[in-house]
Design a protein around this ligand. Structure first.
Ligand code: ATP
Length: 237
């Protein structure tokens, strides 16, 4: 018998008002795998993450998290089921310092403050140097590191990342993806959304391409890469 996937979307439809933007999306994240969700602007990638993370109910179809049917479950229940989402725009508190952000993460994740601080600073020495600075004043890469520290604090079963590389220098993107690979190596399943694909494909075991609210290709990175144009793959990402 095959293992229950970390995440499974089956024939998911979703709409903003009366306008349907997901027209029957099927997507599977096997346990312990990194899956890259790729596609051009407006393809429906973020909407797919919103549905998968309980922020938006599907109009029809099914969302299964580790085999549990979780359509329309609230984000708290999904967090308890092991889901952690880092949204586009990163989900840190810009008006709080790095230290204060960590304190809040510890509180919401119900883990010790000392514990999360030690883990974060071991993983991201840069954040230790900047611990008194407001998160809003950090560079984009440092903010992304802080957001990932939150994700790691919760020991998630499934981590969903939206546009990890957005607005970041190639070297930083490289480092963050190395971290994604390390996180996956500890057994965490990862779904990563990217508009430009090269970095995500380098760490992913599977890739899913969406266009116009539909999945148009699923496969191993090498197969998908050969189908995507150079312009689409993007130099930096
Ligand atoms: P991007 O990389 O630009 O974020 P995406 O692949 O993540 O693209 P979505 O953001 O999911 O795509 O958008 C899918 C479709 O839904 C687009 O046509 C978009 O205009 C529309 N859409 C997205 N968010 C909303 C919203 N809050 N209200 C109405 N329509 C929306």
């Amino acid at each position: 018998m095959t293992e229950t996937p970390a995440l499974e979307l089956i024939d998911v439809h979703a709409a903003y008002g009366r306008i349907e933007v997901l027209h029957g999306v099927d997507l599977t994240v096997p346990r312990g795998c990194v899956v890259a969700l790729l596609g051009p602007n407006g393809a429906g990638k973020s909407t797919t993450l919103r549905v998968a993370s309980g922020q938006m109910p599907p109009t029809s179809g099914h969302v299964h998290l580790s085999g549990h049917h979780l359509n329309g479950a609230d984000p708290d229940r999904l967090a308890r089921a092991g889901l952690c989402t880092i949204p586009e725009g990163r989900g840190v508190f810009p008006n709080l310092s790095v230290d204060e952000n960590l304190r809040l993460f510890a509180y919401t994740a119900k883990v010790g403050e000392k514990d999360i601080r030690e883990r974060t600073f071991a993983q991201f020495p840069r954040l230790q140097e900047r611990r008194s600075q407001l998160a809003g004043r950090l560079s984009g890469g440092e903010q992304q590191m802080l957001a990932m520290a939150r994700a790691l604090a919760t020991d998630p079963a499934l981590l969903m990342l939206d546009e990890l590389s957005m607005g970041l220098a190639p070297l930083i993107v490289e480092q963050l993806y190395e971290l994604v690979a390390e996180i996956a190596a500890t057994g965490v399943s990862v779904l990563v959304v990217e508009q430009f694909a090269r970095r995500a494909l380098a760490v992913a075991q599977y890739a899913v391409v969406m266009v116009g609210g539909r999945v148009t290709a699923v496969g191993e990175p090498a197969d998908i890469e050969s189908q995507l144009s150079e312009a689409y793959l993007g130099g930096a990402a």
